[in-house]
Design a protein. Structure first.
Length: 282
């Protein structure tokens, strides 16, 4: 992958912290978007952020700093109090609400317990009126992508937590969305399962050229997965720093044990400490 903004680092030099300059075509632009809930909570101070095609962008920050709110704004599940969210259509025209194509994965896999895995994955196609003759092959392919071939006829209760999450990911990708939003998807899983899912997610992201926005509380997960990590602060929710993780892709297990990985984790941890110690703003 080529990054025009790639910084080549000598060991022990400071890691790159940048303001968000971007060399890729944008998928979404958040322009001075602000969210104040009716009860007066200022969930997001005006935020500017551009998500580029093919990025794996992770939001990290203390609880209540507006990570979920930002994803919901981008998904048009809630409206900004002020500012705008622009999407770029295939021809790179800016569009407001039309032209959004996205998948959303939550911490809870939210599967229909009475329906087989294949029916759960097919749901978005059924809702879009795609005939079963066409959707069958796409469901098979989606399940293979997440390593669940052979489980199409199972029910959710027959699957482990990690497998249910794989079903949820397959369902979110079946419509080939321009943007994949993932809100703490692996937060409830044990670390071993989470690491496996992270490794598989990186491969999937790389092979399918997905553009992904991911939320996590885990510094390790953020560093392993991301091309950029956005550090957010609370009260009001805001972007404090953006760190590029310029490392070869697709990342593999070995990256976790590398010196560079440890350096990134330390730098990110220091940023988070700084954010949580910063004085509150009015
Ligand atoms: N529907 C809502 N009404 C009022 N306040 C809300 C609502 N949703 C979220 N908030 C508040 O907005 C802030 C940001 O919430 P959220 O985006 O969920 O944070 P995060 O995902 O980073 O933990 C928090 O203070 C939260 O309590
Ligand atoms: Mg949240």
């Amino acid at each position: 992958m080529t990054h025009n903004h790639l910084l080549v680092l000598a060991p022990n030099k400071p890691l790159p912290v940048q303001s968000g300059a971007l060399a890729r075509a944008p998928v979404v632009e958040v322009l001075s978007a602000e969210k104040i809930f009716p009860n007066g909570t200022r969930a997001l101070a005006p935020i500017d952020l551009t998500v580029g095609a093919g990025e794996f962008l992770t939001l990290i920050g203390p609880s209540g700093c507006g990570k979920s709110t930002l994803l919901k704004l981008i998904a048009n599940l809630i409206e900004p109090t002020d500012g705008r969210i622009l999407w770029w259509s295939g021809e790179f025209h800016k569009v407001e609400t039309a032209g959004r194509s996205l998948g959303f994965v939550f911490q809870d896999p939210t599967l229909m317990p009475w329906a087989r895995v294949e029916s759960n994955v097919r749901l978005p196609l059924d809702l879009a009126g795609v005939p079963k003759s066409e959707s069958g092959e796409r469901v098979r392919e989606a399940l293979a992508r997440v390593g669940l071939e052979g489980f199409a006829r199972h029910y959710p209760r027959q699957l482990s937590g990690g497998m249910k999450m794989r079903v949820s990911i397959a369902r979110s990708l079946i419509t080939e969305p321009d943007l994949l939003l993932m809100d703490e998807p692996f937060g409830a899983l044990d670390e071993f399962t989470r690491n496996r899912l992270d490794t598989d997610l990186v491969r999937l992201w790389w092979e399918r050229k997905l553009t992904t926005m991911f939320v996590t509380h885990s510094i390790y997960e953020a560093v392993f997965l991301s091309t950029r990590v956005v550090v957010m602060g609370a009260q009001p929710g805001r972007i404090c720093r953006i760190m590029s993780i310029d490392e070869p892709q697709p990342r593999e297990e070995g990256f976790r044990n590398s010196l560079r990985f440890g350096e990134y984790c330390r730098a990110l941890s220091a940023s988070l400490t700084e954010v949580s110690l910063a004085p509150l703003q009015a």
